[in-house]
Design a protein around this ligand. Structure first.
Ligand code: FPP
Length: 245
């Protein structure tokens, strides 16, 4: 990574590989998720130091509800404990926490803890941490479409007013810039329904490192790859060079 190079302002991460990491150690999957939480803490701190402004992590997908009941309930316990244990420290370090996803699916206790964490950290501006839980990119898009349909039905807006900006304003992460860098750990090369709309122009980086082992060094590698890319947003390289000249 070039220290004087461009640091991505918004990084999105699919934190994959906890289960395999645990299996390699002959431990239950939950052990991997606990180690995953430690890795997240390390990466949040590192992103703060690097000057990344926003980090969005995939903690639990809409599809993860279909995992064995025991794993789901252990993950819920882990989220509860993490909120209890980590919120104060995140707050003291200037991190603003926000959850994105279908929170209606969570227990009232968990929803209340999320609300408290969001409220406590609402005015922090060192690093924005968005935790996607019960989230799916398709859910996000359908949810936005439903809201817009309601507005059309009630006469608040006309169909012709719906453009990309208005649509994006109804999505989770409205008000955030789109992720510059999209990382998936754990070796699979899929987007897996994460930030489908928002990631349209993100630079993708797939790391073979399992999430619990993903630390500053692996992050530096992802940023170095990002710094070596030319982001064209549909333009030609020539046009880009003219624009920045
Ligand atoms: C994917 O690995 C990981 C998850 C489904 C859970 C991610 C959760 C954490 C890292 C804890 C974060 C906690 C908070 C509070 C945000 P996997 O189980 O799919 O791994 P595998 O592909 O090796 O089976």
């Amino acid at each position: 990574m070039k220290s004087d190079g461009d640091i991505p302002a918004h990084v999105a991460i699919v934190m994959d590989g906890n289960g395999r990491w645990a299996k390699q150690r002959r431990r239950p999957r939950t052990f991997g998720h606990q180690a995953g939480l430690k890795a997240l803490r390390r990466i949040v701190e590192y992103c703060g130091r690097l000057g990344v402004a926003e980090l969005t992590v995939f903690a639990f997908s809409s599809e993860n509800w279909k995992r064995p009941k025991k794993e789901v309930s252990r993950l819920m316990e882990l989220f509860m404990r993490a909120l209890d244990k980590e919120t104060r420290e995140l707050h003291e370090n200037g991190v603003r926490v926000r959850f994105i996803g279908d929170l209606e699916a969570f227990s009232p206790e968990l929803r209340e803890k999320v609300r408290q964490a969001e409220q406590l950290t609402a005015n922090n501006d060192r690093l924005k941490l968005n935790v996607a839980a019960s989230y799916g990119g398709r859910w996000d898009i359908v949810h936005a479409a439903r809201e817009l349909a309601r507005d059309v039905a009630s006469g608040r807006i006309q169909p012709g007013q719906i453009d990309e900006d208005l649509f994006a304003s109804r999505l989770e992460l409205s008000g955030s810039r789109d992720p510059d860098l999209f990382i998936r750990t754990g070796g699979e090369m899929r987007v897996s329904n994460f930030l489908l709309w928002q990631g349209a122009y993100s630079e993708l980086f797939f790391s073979p490192v399992l999430w619990p082992d993903f630390g500053p060094e692996a992050m530096d590698e992802a940023i170095a790859a990002y710094q070596s890319r030319e982001r064209r947003f549909g333009l030609t390289g020539e046009q880009l060079r003219q624009k920045s000249a």
